[in-house]
Design a binder for this molecule. Structure first.
Ligand code: ARG
Length: 575
């Protein structure tokens, strides 16, 4: 018999039934609704799942947690259970080895398909991520959105959702009025423009603005012209867009990220005005000094249309939201943007509700925190933002240096070493980002990012390469039948972790938190390395043990490979 998934929910249900039976028999009092906590024990010695529910029940039962546990234990029955132990009032559940083994068989047979499911079948998720602003270099700030957004996309796709990625480029807005004015005023030939030059012009505009407040209006006028479709303004704008997109493509290529659709704000320059019309018809806002605004319950305000009748970032976001709902049509809309925009997106979602477009549950904001260095904000000494491309190259260079440490067997030639450095360097950056809770600020520390002994990308990749070499040496091709019945603690630990994989994937997706998957992966790798260090395949006592260990190594390889693919990280065969 093959099991497909074993979850904390199952254990919870099992306990609930046992408690109810005990209550019927009068052994436990009815304590109302019951919260049943289930944990994964730190140590395989304490089983595969454990619960502290007896501490919750003890008071009402006027018994000690141990006594309560003994009572519940009497009624815990399931064909997948080997035993339940009561330790200091905790209930520890041990799954039958046969069950754990079946899971390994499943992994060996299903290979890269293992863990896939069709929970999302027939549903479409549209995710807005990366979304850099044109006429500016791709800053490190957009790195997080790109990496986390892609991982969320992959997680959902893995469970059967149709996913649509959208790069909501910041390619419209009053800043372009300012730029166009600068280019016109300085008579700069379009062929001389570069992204750096555009950044300079933008900074210069704001410098001039300090002494000449009138410039603000000049910029606005130019943007209004752009919105009206002025030929000259459009030509300059198009050039800026083209230059930026070229730069972005270079970055995406290094990152190995491909976003399905680049549909920037400019795409909604017209439909934003239709949304404004709809909002006026449905009377969800009001005029204020010639601008159309929406006031929220907490008295905050968003402008939909400016007094010069141009659209706003907010209006364009509403138009984009409507488009995504209608065009694909989306069942779930996700936005991966900096946490500082959380309040803003709550307002976008609430207006979408007021307009009757979508229910609250259909729109999700997944915010990411800042990237900081150990001594503060991530910026150069002069206070400029750091260019992402420089960071990517540095990661690759540092990974190249690191390979001198790992690559002891000297099997790679120079070209191979360079390729490996890219896989490891970029993987390290991504993993550093993904392994930390997205909404928190993260610390950027090269030593930690590339630490071969800690929770890092290179550590996971190294474990993968290690397990791969075990399989090569053992000439593993497919599942090897075996009768190995007494796994060592480290082997038991791997069996238990392998059983959790599907549940971890589910939770990671449900909570839009790739860090859940990363942390699981780290535990699995630690377990495998403990196993590798204590008992090698070569030292197996007999053929049964050898076969079991090879299968186990394959299962670990496969789980790492699948997980890394979801995280957008490559797995090197040798390292
Ligand atoms: N371009 C924006 C920024 O850099 C992010 C856009 C996020 N997506 C959106 N639909 N507003 O802050």
């Amino acid at each position: 018999m093959l099991i497909s998934i074993m979850t904390k929910e199952q254990i919870k249900l099992l306990i609930l039934c046992a408690v109810q039976t005990a209550q019927k028999k009068g052994l436990l009092p009815d304590a109302g609704s019951l919260d049943i906590p289930i944990d994964y024990p730190q140590n395989a010695q304490h089983g595969d799942y454990s619960s502290s529910v007896c501490f919750v029940l003890a008071k009402a039962a006027k018994k000690s947690p141990v006594q309560v546990a003994e009572i519940i234990k009497l009624y815990l029955e399931a064909d997948y259970l080997q035993k339940v132990e009561v330790v200091n009032g905790y209930l520890n559940f041990f799954i039958k080895q046969e069950f754990l083994e079946n899971n390994i068989v499943e992994i060996c047979k299903e290979k890269e398909k293992f863990g896939r499911n069709c929970l999302g079948k027939g549903q479409t998720l549209v995710i807005d991520y990366s979304s850099p602003n044109i006429a500016k270099a791709f800053g490190i700030g957009h790195l997080r959105s790109t990496i986390i957004g892609q991982a969320i996309y992959n997680l959902y796709e893995f469970s059967g959702w149709k996913c649509v990625g959208i790069n909501h480029l910041g390619d419209w807005g009053s800043q372009f009025g300012k730029l166009i004015y600068q280019i016109e005023k300085n008579k700069i030939p379009l062929s001389d423009l570069t992204v750096d030059k555009l950044e300079e012009l933008y900074v210069a505009f704001h410098k001039d603005l300090e002494t000449n407040k009138e410039l603000e209006n000049v910029g606005k006028e130019w943007f209004a012209k752009l919105e009206r479709g002025d030929k000259n303004a459009l030509k300059i704008w198009e050039k800026c867009r083209e230059l930026s997109l070229k730069e972005f493509q270079r970055i995406y290529k290094i990152l190995g990220v491909k976003i399905d659709n680049a549909i920037g704000e400019s795409f909604y320059s017209k439909s934003a005005h239709e949304v404004i019309k709809e909002a006026k018809e449905k009377k969800i806002g009001r005029l204020s000094e010639n601008a159309y605004i929406i006031e929220f319950k907490d008295k905050t305000v968003q402008v939909l249309q400016k007094s010069d009748s141009s659209s706003t970032y907010f209006a364009r976001d509403l138009a984009a939201l409507k488009y995504r709902l209608q065009n694909w049509p989306a069942n779930l809309l996700v936005y991966e943007v900096g946490v500082d925009q959380e309040q803003y997106f709550k307002q976008v979602f609430s207006v979408a509700q007021m307009l009757g477009w979508a229910a609250k549950e259909k729109m999700v904001f997944v915010g990411h925190g800042l990237i900081r260095t150990k001594d503060g904000k991530f910026s150069t000494r002069k206070g400029q933002t750091i260019h992402l491309e420089d960071v990517l190259h540095e990661a690759i260079e540092r990974a190249y240096e690191l390979s001198k440490e790992t690559e002891k067997e000297k099997v790679l030639d120079e070209k191979g070493k360079r390729e490996l450095a890219e896989i490891v360097g970029i993987g390290a950056l991504k993993y550093n980002d993904l392994s930390q809770y997205h909404a928190q600020d993260i610390i950027f520390d090269w030593d930690k990012i590339l630490n071969l002994k800690g929770n890092s990308g290179p550590y996971i990749q190294y474990t993968y390469a290690r397990a791969k070499s075990v399989l090569r040496r053992g000439m593993w091709k497919k599942y090897l039948e075996n009768n190995y019945t007494l796994p060592l603690l480290s082997e038991r630990e791997i069996l238990s972790l392998a059983l959790r994989f599907k549940e971890v994937l589910g939770r990671s997706a449900k909570e839009f938190s790739p860090n859940i998957l990363c942390n699981y992966l780290y535990s699995l790798c630690q377990s495998y390395n403990r196993f590798y260090d204590t008992c090698s395949i070569a030292s197996a006592n007999d053929e049964e043990e050898r076969r079991f260990r090879l299968n186990l190594s394959f299962a670990v390889c496969q789980i790492i490979l699948t997980s890394l693919a979801i995280l957008g990280i490559q797995a090197p065969e040798k390292m």
